[in-house]
Design a protein around this ligand. Structure first.
Ligand SMILES: [Zn+2]
Length: 333
């Protein structure tokens, strides 16, 4: 049976129970901590194209793995958020004073729940980043809202969680140099703009060149892929980009692990298989282990025709993190 034929979260859980028991689980392994915020439900109109359901399905899917400890994040505070976002923008978001055009660009109707969810999702990335410094790896089962700029949101992104987390840890003296490994199919335009000219944060984006956003910003390293790009070229690009980004000597990395380079994605335009996405993940984790760089993983986009494909791709990334986090974490962490 192909995985895409599993239709319910129960089926997915069964599949992963099998994978966990047969492949990964050893009783001595320490849990990787992962934050989830799917219980902060954002009301969306019927037939809205954002697959909000994927977050709950993902949590249920990874919850069966004993090595993964799930936690509810604290919300990002105004102090956290204004390290990146302007006071005016934050005020408009929190008080519901965004213009119609600003709301349209974000793509979600405004609600108090949207604000709460955005704060929690950003908080999850801050806490995952803090934890990664202790354990080597950690994850947020949401986040990766890389289209948010300092003074505006767009493309389903309200706050730029990774930028806020990087600034939060820097401000507290916990890290100095960060690397952002953005392997979602869409360019991390907000992140690139926020850290433009900032030598303390290296921004890598491997994305579809002709895909959204149609006006690109300049990351430190942009690798634009043609529509229809297949596994080999995709993986070679990822390998090159990740090695380059980490060669600058970061003391914390973020992996924006979008599921949307997948060939079955409605918005992706690439022809990358699930197997290659698992290899993508291994390339990132291997490079971080080799260089002793703690890694916080966030999920970002995923719009597969069958939502179970998106969930499987995200879950594989989280399980890869779990398989690397043991009681004998590398001494270099
Ligand atoms: Zn995306």
């Amino acid at each position: 049976m192909k995985f895409s034929e599993y239709k319910t979260s129960q089926d997915i859980r069964s599949r992963f129970v099998y994978v966990v028991q047969s492949t990964y689980l050893t009783p001595t392994q320490k849990a990787v901590l992962a934050w989830y915020s799917d219980q902060f439900v954002l009301p969306l109109p019927d037939h809205h194209r954002f697959p909000m359901e994927k977050y709950r399905l993902l949590r249920e899917c990874v919850a069966v793995d004993e090595r993964i400890q799930l936690l509810i994040p604290e919300p990002a505070t105004n102090k956290d958020l204004t390290r990146v976002h302007t006071v005016q923008y934050l005020s408009k978001v929190t008080s519901g004073k965004l213009s119609k055009d600003e709301v349209r660009r974000i793509g979600f109707p405004w609600s108090q729940e949207l604000v709460e969810r955005s704060r929690r999702s950003t908080g999850g990335t801050i806490q995952a980043a803090e934890q990664a410094r202790r354990d080597g790896f950690s994850a947020n089962l949401a986040g990766g809202t890389h289209h948010a700029f300092a003074d505006s949101g767009e493309g389903f992104c309200v706050f730029n969680d990774v930028a806020v987390a990087a600034r939060s840890l820097q401000a507290r003296g916990l890290v100095h140099h960060c690397a952002i490994l953005d392997l979602d199919v869409h360019q991390g335009n907000g992140t690139a703009a926020i850290f433009s000219g900032d030598k303390s944060v290296f921004t890598l984006s491997v994305h579809g060149e002709s895909n959204y956003p149609f006006r690109k910003e300049a990351s430190d390293l942009d690798i634009g892929l043609a529509d229809g790009t297949e596994d080999d070229h995709f993986l070679a690009s990822v390998h090159f980009g990740v090695e380059k980004a980490l060669s600058r000597g970061a003391d914390l990395a973020f992996f924006i692990a979008g599921a949307d380079p997948f060939e079955g994605d409605r918005l992706g335009r690439l022809a990358v298989t699930k197997q290659a996405l698992r290899e993508r993940d291994r390339i990132v984790f291997d490079a971080c282990e080799r260089s002793g760089t703690p890694l916080a993983v966030v999920m970002a986009g995923g719009y597969a025709k069958d939502i179970q494909d998106t969930v499987e791709i995200h879950a594989s990334t989280v399980l890869e993190a779990a398989s690397r986090t043991s009681s004998s974490a590398p001494s270099s962490f």
